[in-house]
Ligand binder design. Structure first.
Ligand code: NAD
Ligand code: LMR
Length: 335
């Protein structure tokens, strides 16, 4: 084990497990976590990195670079290809490692291969993680269904401790709206992503306000919303793959940090989007991992309740709900 240092601090280290640690997203993620951007500048951490055997050498190189940053908060680095070791005592788990989608491939095609990975990791989390503190974020695609598989294979862990990442979609939507209106991203409130992290997701601006007033006062163009804004957000992952020749990495890592930080420290009453265990809210089938508007407070998240969905929103909601049901059906033998 490398990287153990003795900086004086009042807090005990937290154990942060990251799978696919030497991949593209991992390479963006580890350094920001180690510098305190996720859990705070006073929170020591131990990074517990899981990789495939053939990537352990690359992981060793990443670990050497982490050492070379001399991060005061980094108290240790575990490098392993054994999920039981990677998840031992984990307080946080970022499940990134998966096969990324390549050019022209739809997420559904990745379902079966990735399902195997996430059922094994769910079991390893169940047997090794710190069940009282654990927060799991699934980034690897198809993220919502992978979260479902991992959670269902971890019967002793509260399913609410598993989440799937739609924060990148949320951030993408904010950026598009800021660009269209000339406002800052922090001026935009009550925006959300419903459903799956896929091309069926529904980025919903029907409740959105800008600087406290309804978004209609800034964008009164239903055609732009339907034919430009929604498809741009839905297809952004594919657009980046086409442009870069590889899937988004730095923006995905940034969204993962936003997700975990907000879940831990709260959102100050503001909405964010998270793929969470559905309790049946708004008719999303109970048990699906479905993106909802959430507010985080006191280390927990709550689905925003009481929203009215218009006919257009209901249609879009149903499309993405049905896609998640069909993904669940395709991997039901692993549940
Ligand atoms: P990558 O191929 O660069 O890295 C993946 C890493 O995971 C590799 O190093 C690989 O060795 C490792 N890995 C594979 N199977 C593993 C296993 N069973 N255990 C441990 N490690 C394993 O890919 P990437 O660009 O970092 O993307 C990772 C995943 O994140 C992909 O599934 C991608 O589609 C997804 N993604 C999700 C979002 C989102 O918003 N939810 C955004 C971007 C990317
Ligand atoms: C993304 O949204 O950038 C990723 O999920 C990559 C993809 O496959 O679309």
């Amino acid at each position: 084990k490398s990287g153990v240092r003795n900086y004086s601090t009042t807090k005990a280290p937290l154990r942060v497990a990251i799978t696919g640690a030497s991949g593209q997203i991992g390479y963006q993620l580890l350094f920001r976590i180690a510098s305190g951007e996720m859990l705070g500048k006073d929170q020591p951490i131990i990074l517990q990195c899981l990789e495939l055997p053939q990537a352990l050498n690359a992981l060793k190189g990443v670990s050497m670079e982490l050492d070379d940053c001399a991060f005061p908060l980094l108290k240790g680095i575990v490098q392993t290809d054994d999920p039981n070791r990677a998840f031992a005592g984990a307080d946080y788990a970022l499940l990134v490692g998966a096969k990324p989608r390549s050019k022209g491939m739809e997420r559904g095609q990745l379902l079966e291969a990735n399902a195997q990975i996430f059922s094994a990791q769910g079991k390893a989390l169940n047997n090794n993680a710190n069940r009282d503190t654990l927060r799991v974020l699934v980034v690897g695609n198809p993220a919502n269904t992978n979260a479902l598989i991992a959670a269902r294979n971890a019967p002793n862990i509260d399913p609410k401790r598993f989440t799937a990442m739609t924060r990148l979609d949320h951030n993408r939507g904010l950026a598009q709206l800021a660009d269209k209106t000339g406002c800052g991203v922090t001026d935009i409130q009550k925006f959300c992503i419903w459903g799956n992290h896929s091309a069926t997701q529904y980025p919903d601006i029907t409740h959105t306000t800008i600087k406290g007033s309804p978004i209609k006062n800034y964008v009164d163009d239903a055609v732009w919303v339907k034919d430009n804004f929604i498809p741009t957000v839905q297809q952004r992952g594919a657009a980046i793959i086409n442009a870069r020749g590889a899937s988004s990495a730095a923006s995905a890592a940034s969204a993962a940090i936003d997700h975990m930080r907000d879940w831990t420290f709260g959102t100050n009453g503001q909405w964010q989007s998270m793929g969470v265990y559905s309790d049946g809210s708004y008719g999303a089938d109970k048990g699906l991992y479905f993106s909802f508007p959430v507010i985080c407070k006191n280390g927990n998240y709550e689905i925003v309740q009481g929203l009215q969905l218009d006919a257009f929103s209901k249609d879009r909601f149903d499309v993405t709900r049905k896609e998640l049901l069909s993904e669940m059906d395709a991997i039901k033998h692993l549940l």
